[in-house]
Design a protein around this ligand. Structure first.
Ligand code: FAD
Length: 383
């Protein structure tokens, strides 16, 4: 693996860094306090091409490889995880899944809007009763003539309130395939679909996380994504790539923690010299730096495997597991460097810690990632 970046990859990283400094950093504290990112950011992300990375230009995408996608995701995560999550879901989980599994008609219908930022996608897998055990979901899609009628409840859905299209997973009654789960592309304005924003989150406060209730939601059979009964495989393949994106976002959090802590350590004076002179502060900084490097290398390895068409799902679980736990450690260590100021939201460490915490929970908790890795090592499924 070549650990250097190509000129194109370096350019895309610079572009992302400038974008974050200009469009995100000045608003981070206000968005977090208001519990809402300015929705105009979606269009701006689309204009600069960040919502179309790795998608064919034919469908409005901006091309690029998965390392470029990870670099952009890292920079967005460094700026604001709430914004990073919009991209990870609308592009990472929805547009990429449509590109991989969709019919020509579905690609032409949904991808230009998702990649330009004119529309937003959300990924509806989790339900109040099924999180880790996602294959056991209760939402039902019943065939009725040329339509399906869907009933159920989805919760914790990122982008849920903003979304124009829901990539929805439901048990379709006559599906003979794996777990009987099918994937549907449901326009969010379909009658019978209602949504409620979930407030009071510890982190990712700027993100529109929602509960979706589906009561007699009628969609044509053409809304089915991929084959009937293949929905669980589609969800798992989407999440395998999604975990790489979460890992990249975590690298961004850890890098932001490092930058902030090093800067502060060089400014703050205690005992007659800057705290950077104190060995135990240097220990905190070096622990953060190690977490940043290790998380980044694991994440880049996944991107490299994806770009070379190699199997990557287990490596993606490893990267997500390590990077999410590393981001929590790094943000917590940075908060320690800031002392009492770390506890106040005018300084970045507290928000980084709040935002990092959920990364060990969603797209498979740390325990679930360990079971994925353990299954690959032993051949035994211990779920
Ligand atoms: P549970 O599955 O109930 O787990 C509870 C605890 O039990 C955890 O510690 C877990 O690790 C442990 N556990 C469960 N099973 C096992 C086992 N077999 N062995 C060992 N330990 C186990 N979902 C979506 O579909 N789309 C989204 O866009 C989305 N966005 C989210 C955004 C946020 C902010 C949050 C908080 C969640 C989001 N989720 C989303 C849901 C998320 O993926 C789930 O919360 C996650 O999968 C865990 O499910 P759960 O919360 O039901 O926990």
């Amino acid at each position: 693996m070549n650990l250097g970046l190509s000129e194109e990859q370096s350019a895309v990283r610079r572009l992302a860094r400038d974008f974050v400094e200009r469009e995100i950093t000045p608003h981070v504290v206000a968005w977090d306090r208001a519990e809402e990112v300015d929705r105009a950011i979606v269009k701006k992300l689309g204009e600069v091409g960040f919502l179309g990375l790795t998608i064919d230009e034919e469908y409005g995408g901006s091309g690029g490889d998965h390392l470029a996608y990870c670099l952009v995701t890292e920079e967005l995560g460094r700026g604001d995880s709430s914004v990073r999550g919009i991209v990870s879901v609308s592009l990472g989980l929805v547009a990429k899944t449509v590109a991989a599994w969709g019919s020509e008609e579905q690609k032409r219908r949904w991808l230009p809007g998702l990649t330009s930022g004119a529309s937003v996608g959300c990924f509806g897998l989790t339900e109040p009763g099924t999180g880790s055990d996602a294959g056991n979901l209760a939402t039902r899609a019943v065939r009725d003539g040329d339509d399906y009628v869907i009933d159920g409840t989805k919760t914790f859905i990122t982008n849920g309130t903003w979304a124009d299209v829901v990539l929805l997973f439901a048990r379709s009654t006559d599906a003979p395939g794996h777990k009987g789960v099918s994937a549907f592309l449901v326009p969010a304005d379909t009658p019978g679909l209602t949504r409620r924003t979930i407030h009071g989150k510890l982190g990712l406060r700027g993100q529109a996380t929602a509960e979706l209730v589906l009561e007699g939601v009628r969609v044509p059979a053409s809304a089915l994504l991929g084959e009937e009964g293949k929905g669980f495989s589609i969800a798992m393949s989407a999440l395998a790539k999604g975990r790489m994106s979460v890992a990249a976002g975590c690298v961004g959090i850890a890098q932001a923690a490092l930058d902030a802590a090093v800067r502060y350590a060089g400014e703050r004076e205690q005992f007659g010299r800057t705290i950077a002179h104190h060995q135990l502060v240097q220990e905190l900084l070096s622990d953060i730096a190690l977490d940043v490097d290790a998380a980044r290398l694991l994440t880049w390895r996944v991107a490299d495997l994806v770009d070379r068409g190699q199997p990557f799902a287990v490596e993606s679980s490893k990267a997500k597991l390590f990077a999410s736990e590393a981001a929590v450690r790094a943000a917590n260590n940075a908060l320690q460097v800031f002392g009492g100021y770390g506890y106040i939201d005018e300084y970045p460490a507290g928000k980084l810690l709040r935002d990092a915490r959920v990364m060990t929970l969603y797209e498979g908790t740390s325990q679930i990632q360990k079971l994925v890795i353990g299954r690959a090592l032993t051949g035994v499924s211990a779920f």
